[in-house]
Design a protein around this ligand. Structure first.
Ligand SMILES: NC(=O)C1=CN([C@@H]2O[C@H](COP(=O)(O)OP(=O)(O)OC[C@H]3O[C@@H](n4cnc5c(N)ncnc54)[C@H](OP(=O)(O)O)[C@@H]3O)[C@@H](O)[C@H]2O)C=CC1
Ligand SMILES: CC(C)(CO)C(=O)C(=O)O
Length: 300
């Protein structure tokens, strides 16, 4: 239930993104509990504005969620897509129709996946632009800006209010979230797989042949995105590629690169698998995206 006073928030998956955005909620705006696999007792974020510590309350067992927390005000989902099902017990304990759930996950299938797991809660999807990495439980390194693009709905306004007073987070409401979701998927399809497969940072896209491959991967997505109602054009590909290849991005990593380097499973199904499924459904070809997905499946 929504209680008087500060909203209560939970972050399910206290990794780079979950811990970073949880730490950005000012204490005056809400209390945050982290639902994690590995416990931590302090939360330190190292960002370009300097390191700061955030208050920590961490749980590692969904069974330990107090009964009166069901219907928590805000629940942020920040596990990798392949772990959403394993996080279902947290969502079952925390969510009711009174809750607001924010997906911070990459991909275009969050609504489909999360809706059956969140007890009728209102769901806000986001496209997350933020480079964050969990160095160890409770220690996050974040670089560059932190932007959440959402639908232009009342829930997004409430989300923006939660971050009032936090210069580090921008919540941008878009009148055309479908286009924004596909734009983000297109960026992920170009950047995540190619950095993960080459095991190189974003600067690898500045290699001419790799940059051309990234362009082809994104261009292949255009007709699919348009068949799905998104308004993306070749200029969007140009802009996205220019941003990915900017000299200032060369040292940036991607979440998939981080997982590949650490020997963890990668989130390829939420990116390339999603492209393949949508292509199948809409009768569009996507051989390059399928090939990258297949390579990552083999690599993991
Ligand atoms: N990192 C980035 O820069 C960006 C990431 N994203 C997206 O954000 C989402 C989160 O990514 P990111 O933060 O990088 O991922 P991380 O792997 O850093 O964090 C995910 C966290 O979820 C935890 N987890 C996994 N399963 C469970 C479970 N069943 N219950 C509780 N916790 C669990 C993991 O635990 P453990 O630590 O034990 O593995 C990990 O700490 C992804 O969808 C990603 O694509 C989007 C934009 C940028
Ligand atoms: C766009 C990018 C590369 C960083 O925000 C990302 O979404 C990721 O690392 O998964």
């Amino acid at each position: 239930m929504t209680r008087p006073g500060r909203p209560r928030c939970a972050v399910v998956g206290a990794g780079g993104i979950g811990a970073f955005f949880g730490a950005q909620i000012p204490a005056a705006q809400g209390t945050v509990v982290y639902c994690a696999r590995r416990p931590f007792t302090r939360l330190r974020v190292d960002s370009e504005i300097g390191p700061f510590d955030a208050p920590v309350q961490c749980l590692t067992d969904p069974g330990s969620v107090p009964a009166d927390w069901t219907g928590l005000d805000w629940v942020f989902v920040a596990v990798k897509a392949q772990h959403t099902r394993s996080a279902a017990p947290w969502l079952a304990r925390l969510c009711s129709s009174a809750s607001r759930v924010v997906s911070l996950q990459n991909g275009i299938e969050q609504r489909e996946t999360l809706t059956p797991l969140i007890g009728g809660a209102r769901l806000l999807e986001t496209a997350v632009y933020c480079g964050a990495e969990l160095l160890e439980p409770g220690v996050v390194r974040q670089r560059g800006g932190a932007r959440l693009v959402t639908e232009d709905v009342a829930l997004a306004t409430e989300l923006a209010e939660l971050f009032v007073g936090t210069a580090a987070v921008v919540v941008e409401r878009s009148p055309d979230f479908r286009t924004e979701a596909w734009r983000k998927l297109m960026v992920n399809a170009a950047a995540n797989g190619l950095t993960a497969l080459t095991r190189k940072r974003m600067g690898v896209l500045r290699v001419a042949e790799v940059g051309e491959l990234a362009r082809a991967v994104m261009t292949e997505i255009l007709p699919l995105a348009r068949a799905d109602g998104a308004q993306l054009t070749a200029e969007d590909v140009d802009r996205a590629l220019a941003a990915l290849r900017a000299p200032g991005s060369a040292e940036a990593t991607t979440s998939m690169y981080q997982d590949r380097l650490a020997g963890r499973p990668t989130e390829h199904d939420a990116i390339y698998g999603a492209v393949a499924r949508r292509a199948e459904r809409l009768g569009v070809e996507a051989p390059l995206n399928r090939a990258i997905g297949a390579l990552l499946t083999g690599a993991c």
